[in-house]
Design a binder for this molecule. Structure first.
Ligand SMILES: Cc1cc2nc3c(=O)[nH]c(=O)nc-3n(C[C@H](O)[C@H](O)[C@H](O)COP(=O)(O)O)c2cc1C
Length: 220
Protein backbone atom coordinates (compact mmCIF):
# COMPACT_ATOMS: atom_id res chain seq x y z
CA UNK A 1 0.00 0.00 0.00
CA UNK A 2 1.29 3.49 -0.85
CA UNK A 3 2.30 5.39 2.27
CA UNK A 4 -0.32 8.12 2.74
CA UNK A 5 2.53 10.39 3.87
CA UNK A 6 3.70 10.61 0.24
CA UNK A 7 0.27 11.94 -0.71
CA UNK A 8 0.16 14.34 2.23
CA UNK A 9 3.63 15.80 1.70
CA UNK A 10 3.31 16.30 -2.06
CA UNK A 11 -0.09 18.04 -1.94
CA UNK A 12 -0.23 21.75 -2.53
CA UNK A 13 -3.05 24.18 -3.24
CA UNK A 14 -3.69 24.42 -6.97
CA UNK A 15 -5.61 27.44 -8.23
CA UNK A 16 -5.14 27.23 -12.01
CA UNK A 17 -6.95 24.48 -13.88
CA UNK A 18 -7.46 23.22 -17.40
CA UNK A 19 -11.08 23.68 -18.53
CA UNK A 20 -11.55 19.88 -18.89
CA UNK A 21 -14.23 18.41 -16.62
CA UNK A 22 -13.44 16.13 -13.70
CA UNK A 23 -14.71 12.61 -14.56
CA UNK A 24 -17.72 11.37 -12.61
CA UNK A 25 -15.81 8.37 -11.18
CA UNK A 26 -13.28 10.79 -9.69
CA UNK A 27 -16.00 12.98 -8.21
CA UNK A 28 -17.50 9.88 -6.61
CA UNK A 29 -14.15 8.92 -5.11
CA UNK A 30 -13.61 12.40 -3.69
CA UNK A 31 -17.09 12.30 -2.12
CA UNK A 32 -16.44 8.81 -0.80
CA UNK A 33 -13.27 10.08 0.90
CA UNK A 34 -15.37 12.79 2.59
CA UNK A 35 -17.77 10.24 4.02
CA UNK A 36 -15.03 8.41 5.93
CA UNK A 37 -13.66 11.35 7.89
CA UNK A 38 -13.86 11.17 11.68
CA UNK A 39 -16.57 13.14 13.48
CA UNK A 40 -17.36 13.86 17.10
CA UNK A 41 -19.62 11.00 18.27
CA UNK A 42 -19.84 9.86 14.63
CA UNK A 43 -22.31 12.69 14.12
CA UNK A 44 -21.58 13.14 10.37
CA UNK A 45 -23.20 16.58 10.14
CA UNK A 46 -21.90 17.19 6.60
CA UNK A 47 -23.93 17.94 3.52
CA UNK A 48 -21.86 18.41 0.36
CA UNK A 49 -23.07 20.44 -2.60
CA UNK A 50 -21.42 19.55 -5.90
CA UNK A 51 -21.47 22.52 -8.27
CA UNK A 52 -20.68 22.18 -11.99
CA UNK A 53 -23.18 24.62 -13.49
CA UNK A 54 -21.10 27.36 -15.19
CA UNK A 55 -23.35 30.24 -14.13
CA UNK A 56 -23.38 29.15 -10.48
CA UNK A 57 -19.60 28.77 -10.57
CA UNK A 58 -19.26 32.25 -12.07
CA UNK A 59 -21.37 33.70 -9.26
CA UNK A 60 -19.36 31.83 -6.63
CA UNK A 61 -16.17 33.22 -8.18
CA UNK A 62 -17.54 36.77 -7.80
CA UNK A 63 -18.55 36.09 -4.20
CA UNK A 64 -15.12 34.64 -3.52
CA UNK A 65 -13.44 37.79 -4.75
CA UNK A 66 -15.63 40.07 -2.63
CA UNK A 67 -15.41 37.81 0.44
CA UNK A 68 -11.65 37.34 0.33
CA UNK A 69 -11.16 41.07 -0.23
CA UNK A 70 -13.19 41.89 2.87
CA UNK A 71 -11.53 39.14 4.91
CA UNK A 72 -7.91 39.93 4.04
CA UNK A 73 -8.42 43.69 4.37
CA UNK A 74 -9.99 43.18 7.81
CA UNK A 75 -7.09 40.95 8.83
CA UNK A 76 -4.65 43.60 7.61
CA UNK A 77 -6.41 46.34 9.60
CA UNK A 78 -6.19 44.13 12.69
CA UNK A 79 -2.44 43.77 12.18
CA UNK A 80 -2.58 40.12 11.23
CA UNK A 81 -1.37 40.26 7.61
CA UNK A 82 2.27 41.24 8.05
CA UNK A 83 3.79 38.35 6.09
CA UNK A 84 4.18 40.40 2.89
CA UNK A 85 6.51 42.82 4.64
CA UNK A 86 9.20 40.18 4.07
CA UNK A 87 9.00 40.73 0.28
CA UNK A 88 11.94 43.00 -0.46
CA UNK A 89 11.10 44.06 -4.03
CA UNK A 90 8.54 46.89 -3.56
CA UNK A 91 6.87 46.26 -6.95
CA UNK A 92 6.44 42.56 -6.23
CA UNK A 93 5.17 43.33 -2.74
CA UNK A 94 2.60 45.78 -4.11
CA UNK A 95 1.48 43.17 -6.66
CA UNK A 96 1.06 40.47 -4.02
CA UNK A 97 -0.73 42.84 -1.63
CA UNK A 98 -3.13 44.00 -4.35
CA UNK A 99 -3.82 40.38 -5.26
CA UNK A 100 -4.76 39.65 -1.64
CA UNK A 101 -6.61 42.82 -0.62
CA UNK A 102 -8.77 43.01 -3.76
CA UNK A 103 -9.76 39.38 -3.16
CA UNK A 104 -8.40 38.45 -6.60
CA UNK A 105 -6.62 35.58 -4.82
CA UNK A 106 -9.89 33.62 -4.57
CA UNK A 107 -11.60 34.71 -7.82
CA UNK A 108 -10.20 31.62 -9.58
CA UNK A 109 -13.16 29.66 -8.19
CA UNK A 110 -15.20 30.98 -11.10
CA UNK A 111 -12.87 29.12 -13.50
CA UNK A 112 -12.55 25.85 -11.62
CA UNK A 113 -14.48 23.06 -13.41
CA UNK A 114 -15.73 21.53 -10.17
CA UNK A 115 -16.65 23.02 -6.82
CA UNK A 116 -17.76 21.20 -3.70
CA UNK A 117 -19.34 23.39 -1.07
CA UNK A 118 -18.82 21.94 2.39
CA UNK A 119 -21.74 22.60 4.66
CA UNK A 120 -23.09 20.88 7.75
CA UNK A 121 -25.78 20.89 10.38
CA UNK A 122 -24.94 23.11 13.32
CA UNK A 123 -26.54 20.87 15.95
CA UNK A 124 -23.27 19.86 17.61
CA UNK A 125 -20.30 21.82 18.89
CA UNK A 126 -17.93 19.71 16.82
CA UNK A 127 -19.39 20.67 13.44
CA UNK A 128 -16.56 22.97 12.25
CA UNK A 129 -13.95 20.36 13.18
CA UNK A 130 -15.93 17.55 11.56
CA UNK A 131 -16.29 19.55 8.36
CA UNK A 132 -12.58 20.38 8.34
CA UNK A 133 -11.65 16.70 8.58
CA UNK A 134 -14.03 15.94 5.73
CA UNK A 135 -12.60 18.75 3.57
CA UNK A 136 -9.02 17.57 4.10
CA UNK A 137 -9.97 14.01 3.13
CA UNK A 138 -11.34 15.34 -0.16
CA UNK A 139 -8.21 17.42 -0.89
CA UNK A 140 -5.97 14.41 -0.29
CA UNK A 141 -8.08 12.06 -2.40
CA UNK A 142 -8.14 14.57 -5.26
CA UNK A 143 -4.37 14.94 -5.09
CA UNK A 144 -3.87 11.17 -5.07
CA UNK A 145 -5.94 11.03 -8.28
CA UNK A 146 -3.66 13.60 -9.92
CA UNK A 147 -6.16 16.45 -9.64
CA UNK A 148 -5.42 19.89 -8.26
CA UNK A 149 -7.57 21.29 -5.48
CA UNK A 150 -7.83 24.25 -3.14
CA UNK A 151 -9.70 24.99 0.08
CA UNK A 152 -11.28 28.46 -0.14
CA UNK A 153 -12.78 30.12 2.89
CA UNK A 154 -12.97 33.60 1.38
CA UNK A 155 -16.52 33.62 -0.03
CA UNK A 156 -18.10 32.46 3.22
CA UNK A 157 -15.71 34.22 5.62
CA UNK A 158 -17.82 37.39 6.05
CA UNK A 159 -21.30 36.62 7.47
CA UNK A 160 -22.94 38.39 4.54
CA UNK A 161 -20.96 36.14 2.19
CA UNK A 162 -22.29 33.06 3.94
CA UNK A 163 -25.86 34.38 3.75
CA UNK A 164 -25.52 35.13 0.01
CA UNK A 165 -23.99 31.73 -0.72
CA UNK A 166 -26.84 30.07 1.15
CA UNK A 167 -29.31 32.04 -0.96
CA UNK A 168 -27.56 30.98 -4.17
CA UNK A 169 -27.47 27.29 -3.27
CA UNK A 170 -30.75 27.02 -1.39
CA UNK A 171 -29.13 26.15 1.95
CA UNK A 172 -31.46 26.90 4.90
CA UNK A 173 -30.60 30.30 6.39
CA UNK A 174 -29.72 30.75 10.07
CA UNK A 175 -26.33 30.36 11.73
CA UNK A 176 -27.83 27.83 14.12
CA UNK A 177 -29.03 25.54 11.29
CA UNK A 178 -26.19 25.12 8.81
CA UNK A 179 -22.60 26.23 8.64
CA UNK A 180 -20.88 26.83 5.32
CA UNK A 181 -17.30 25.89 6.02
CA UNK A 182 -15.64 26.43 2.66
CA UNK A 183 -15.75 25.95 -1.06
CA UNK A 184 -13.32 23.36 -2.43
CA UNK A 185 -12.22 23.69 -6.04
CA UNK A 186 -11.01 20.81 -8.18
CA UNK A 187 -9.63 20.38 -11.68
CA UNK A 188 -6.69 19.20 -13.74
CA UNK A 189 -3.67 21.36 -12.90
CA UNK A 190 -2.89 23.84 -15.69
CA UNK A 191 0.86 23.59 -15.17
CA UNK A 192 3.18 21.05 -13.56
CA UNK A 193 3.05 21.13 -9.79
CA UNK A 194 5.81 23.23 -8.29
CA UNK A 195 7.35 22.22 -5.01
CA UNK A 196 4.93 22.37 -2.05
CA UNK A 197 4.95 25.57 -0.02
CA UNK A 198 7.49 25.69 2.81
CA UNK A 199 6.30 24.33 6.13
CA UNK A 200 7.57 24.75 9.67
CA UNK A 201 9.90 21.98 10.77
CA UNK A 202 9.00 19.45 13.48
CA UNK A 203 11.71 21.11 15.57
CA UNK A 204 9.66 24.31 15.46
CA UNK A 205 6.26 22.86 16.23
CA UNK A 206 6.71 19.85 18.51
CA UNK A 207 7.13 19.91 22.27
CA UNK A 208 7.69 16.84 24.41
CA UNK A 209 5.66 16.26 27.56
CA UNK A 210 5.40 19.98 28.37
CA UNK A 211 4.74 23.09 26.30
CA UNK A 212 8.06 24.57 25.17
CA UNK A 213 10.17 21.47 25.89
CA UNK A 214 12.16 20.60 22.77
CA UNK A 215 14.34 17.71 23.93
CA UNK A 216 12.86 14.32 23.22
CA UNK A 217 13.05 12.19 26.37
CA UNK A 218 14.01 8.58 25.82
CA UNK A 219 11.48 5.93 26.76
CA UNK A 220 12.15 2.20 26.76
C1 LIG B 1 -8.98 27.27 6.47
C2 LIG B 1 -8.36 27.58 5.13
C3 LIG B 1 -8.82 28.69 4.42
C4 LIG B 1 -8.28 28.99 3.16
N1 LIG B 1 -8.83 30.02 2.44
C5 LIG B 1 -8.32 30.31 1.21
C6 LIG B 1 -8.94 31.33 0.44
O1 LIG B 1 -9.92 31.97 0.83
N2 LIG B 1 -8.41 31.58 -0.80
C7 LIG B 1 -7.35 30.86 -1.29
O2 LIG B 1 -6.93 31.13 -2.44
N3 LIG B 1 -6.76 29.88 -0.57
C8 LIG B 1 -7.23 29.58 0.67
N4 LIG B 1 -6.68 28.56 1.40
C9 LIG B 1 -5.51 27.83 0.88
C10 LIG B 1 -4.25 28.31 1.62
O3 LIG B 1 -3.87 29.57 1.12
C11 LIG B 1 -3.12 27.29 1.46
O4 LIG B 1 -3.51 26.06 2.01
C12 LIG B 1 -1.84 27.77 2.15
O5 LIG B 1 -1.31 28.89 1.52
C13 LIG B 1 -0.77 26.68 2.21
O6 LIG B 1 -0.45 26.28 0.90
P1 LIG B 1 -0.60 24.74 0.47
O7 LIG B 1 -2.06 24.35 0.59
O8 LIG B 1 -0.13 24.73 -0.96
O9 LIG B 1 0.25 23.92 1.39
C14 LIG B 1 -7.21 28.20 2.63
C15 LIG B 1 -6.78 27.08 3.34
C16 LIG B 1 -7.36 26.76 4.57
C17 LIG B 1 -6.90 25.51 5.30
Amino acid sequence: MRDILDVITSRKSIRRYKPDPVPDEMIDKILEAARWAPTGENHQPWRLIVVRDPETRRKIGEMAKIGSGIFTTTEYCMGRMRQFEGIKDPKKRERVERFMYTGEVSAFLGKAPLLIVVTGRCDALDTPYDLSACAENMLLEAHSLGLGACWVHGPVAPIRGEIKMKELLGVPQGMEKFKLLAVLSFGWPLEPRKHPRPKLTLEEIVYWEKFGRKERPSYV
